[in-house]
Design a protein around this ligand. Structure first.
Ligand SMILES: Nc1nc2c(ncn2[C@@H]2O[C@H](COP(=O)(O)OP(=O)(O)O)[C@@H](O)[C@H]2O)c(=O)[nH]1
Ligand SMILES: [Mg+2]
Ligand SMILES: [Zn+2]
Length: 342
């Protein structure tokens, strides 16, 4: 058995123990009564409340006490989930939506996860079943941050999301300098990079073509222009009244607030304005190098395995950094992430 598989096996055991402790309130079943259930998709989470859209109608839902889901080991429901709900003859006072209960959660083909701020042993799935992750930053004010780009890239790979980098406020920087600065991402890692300006209306059609008919989850530091971007995509249409009043009822600063919008030209975008910190979930320090695509060809050639690639004699990754075959900036991100995992 390879070292990586051994680590995986160990982690799974450890996980199962943790999972026994949590989710006590909810029982998981392989089969449930399907009569009275309707299919929908989860479009917003506000604290413990989920909004589910079925055939164009939005319902305010809670999770049932007995549920069918493969995900007893993580957030039980997440924005983007395909769910089945039972609806009631009762309307929510805060949102005005008809009430329902989520009884089944479909399989997720991708996810963006972080460590739950409430409980560091729990996974919080920010968004599910998304095709892409848009890493949204600015040329300046605030200037894009390579440490954060690398952290997002690890999360994207871990969750099976295709990463795309967008640098907004391009009029505040020198395009050539930015392309040079980020060439590792485009040329070494094959990630698409777009420079746009919402203010000067530069390259906005290009980015819309990328988003069209896909589901995208957007992440980036505050101030980079994400809200401006989403308003632009939605033609500045106001968001659903029910969501606004629910947020007010629940307190505007609900840290788990996430929502999904339909794009007028086709596709969907998931925004998580309630989420500020982003600690990587489910990554072991010995596994971390496998999330750095540019390390992989060196990662197995170290003299001693597993290797942390920090100080070990005969480390092939360190040698590649010294030779300039691995970008020194990427290596610095690796060291910082490694530290954060310890
Ligand atoms: N100079 C410049 N400012 C922009 C651009 N796009 C957005 N902004 C401004 O950046 C600030 C932060 O935008 P906001 O959408 O709130 O960022 P968020 O925190 O990521 O949601 C606002 O004052 C916007 O008007 C741009 O292309 N150029
Ligand atoms: Mg914002
Ligand atoms: Zn090494």
């Amino acid at each position: 058995m390879s070292v990586e598989n051994k680590i995986k096996q160990f982690k799974n055991k450890e996980k199962q123990e943790k999972f026994k402790i949590r989710n006590k309130r909810i029982r998981f079943k392989d089969e449930i009564d399907q009569s009275n259930l309707i299919e929908g998709k989860l479009i917003a989470t506000i604290g413990s409340i989920s909004l589910v859209k079925c055939d164009g109608v939005t319902y305010e839902c809670q999770v049932a006490g007995i549920i069918k889901s493969k995900y007893s080991d993580s957030s039980i429901v997440a924005v983007g989930d395909n769910v089945k709900i039972e609806i009631y003859d009762e309307f929510s006072k805060s949102s005005g939506y008809q009430k329902g209960t989520i009884r089944e959660v479909g399989n997720r083909f991708s996810k963006l996860s972080r460590i739950s701020p409430q409980n560091k042993n729990m996974e919080h799935v920010i968004g599910a079943n998304s095709d892409m992750m848009l890493i949204f930053m600015a040329a300046d004010n605030p200037k894009y941050n390579r440490r954060l780009i690398d952290r997002y890239l690890v999360a994207a790979k871990c969750g099976d999301l295709t990463p795309i980098i967008v640098i907004n406020k391009s009029e505040l920087g020198d395009e050539e300098t930015i392309y040079e600065d980020l060439y590792t991402y485009t040329d070494e890692l094959g990630i698409e990079l777009f420079l746009i300006s919402l203010q000067e209306k530069i390259n906005l059609d290009t980015i819309e073509l990328i988003l069209k008919d896909k589901r995208t989850i957007i992440s980036g530091p505050s101030g980079s222009g994400k809200s401006t971007f989403i308003n632009h995509l939605l033609n500045n249409e106001v968001q659903e009244v029910g969501i606004v009043s629910l947020r007010t009822a629940k307190g505007l600063h609900t840290t788990s607030f996430v929502r999904m919008f339909e794009l007028p030209f086709g596709g969907e975008i998931i925004d998580s304005p309630g989420i500020r910190e982003f600690a990587l979930w489910d990554i072991d320090k010995y596994e971390l190098p496998t999330y750095f695509d540019d390390f992989i060809e060196y990662h197995h050639n170290c003299k001693f395995l597993p290797c942390s690639h920090t100080h070990e004699p005969g480390c092939a990754v360190l040698a590649a950094v010294e030779e300039g075959d691995i970008d020194a900036d990427r290596y610095e991100s690796y060291l910082l992430l490694l530290e954060s995992l310890e």
